[in-house]
Design a protein around this ligand. Structure first.
Ligand code: FPP
Length: 229
């Protein structure tokens, strides 16, 4: 969800206003997703490297997460959305941790969409923690873990109940990089880099991107299912 800060700066607003507009964009995307055939939506809200930002911005973001998690429960439940948060929890303010636990519990039966929010997340840390845990669990094993097995460890390392691969990865805001997001899960993700800032993302832009994704020829290292070559 990149470009909140630039969206705000272009309007002469503080960066926090961009993040608040980012919440509105997230609502639009969550609402539009089930109708576009999206069953799982993972969003990058705060990376492990975002702690480097000024204290005021980090504080404003933590406040926004807490407010969103508390205020959104009713709407999410009504829309059949299950919310889970993945990443580290131990460095988050206690109030945010509590809001996460409550939102996850309250929305646990949502079956139309699984909304996954990455907070204090880094893909490389997930892989590193998975490797450490596997090495400790399998101290006497002479066999390396299978991809599936290590994938389960990667998910567990970030408190994630989901081990499924990413199909479509969208980055907004004009940058063309992954910034440590879901590196393991995105091995065969189709990448889309959009120029629009996150707060400008509409249901229409999402629909157009999903359409473009659907016509991509996904070969997973094999031959084309369409042409056989
Ligand atoms: C990156 O844009 C965005 C973030 C670090 C924060 C994302 C947060 C939201 C969209 C708020 C809503 C999230 C939840 C879960 C309530 P940037 O600030 O780096 O933008 P820039 O590259 O233009 O500076």
């Amino acid at each position: 969800m990149d470009g909140n800060g630039r969206w705000a700066e272009r309007r002469g607003l503080p960066r926090s206003a961009g993040h608040r507009a980012g919440v509105e964009a997230l609502r639009r995307v969550v609402e539009a997703s089930p109708g576009l055939g999206i069953g799982t939506l993972s969003v990058y809200a705060f990376s492990a490297d975002n702690w480097k930002r000024p204290e005021a911005e980090v504080g404003a973001l933590m406040m926004l997460f807490k407010t969103y998690l508390r205020a959104e429960i009713v709407r999410l439940k009504r829309s059949g959305v299950r919310l889970t948060v993945f990443g580290r929890r131990d460095r988050l303010p206690e109030a945010v941790r509590q809001a996460i636990t409550r939102a996850e519990w309250e929305t646990r039966n949502g079956g139309r969409l699984h909304l996954r929010i990455a907070v204090d997340y880094a893909g490389r840390d997930a892989i590193r923690m998975a490797a450490m845990q596997w090495a400790s669990d399998a101290a006497n094993s002479s066999l390396p873990p299978s991809r599936e097995e290590l994938g389960r460890y990667v998910a567990a390392a970030t408190h994630s109940p989901d081990t499924s691969p990413v199909d479509l990865l969208i980055r907004t805001g004009g940058e063309q990089r992954l910034s440590d997001f879901m590196l393991w899960e995105s091995a065969y993700a189709e990448l889309f880099f959009l120029e629009e800032f996150w707060p400008d993302i509409s249901a229409h832009i999402l629909a157009t991107t999903v359409e473009a994704f659907r016509v991509r020829d996904r070969r997973f290292g094999g031959l084309s299912l369409r042409t056989g070559s």
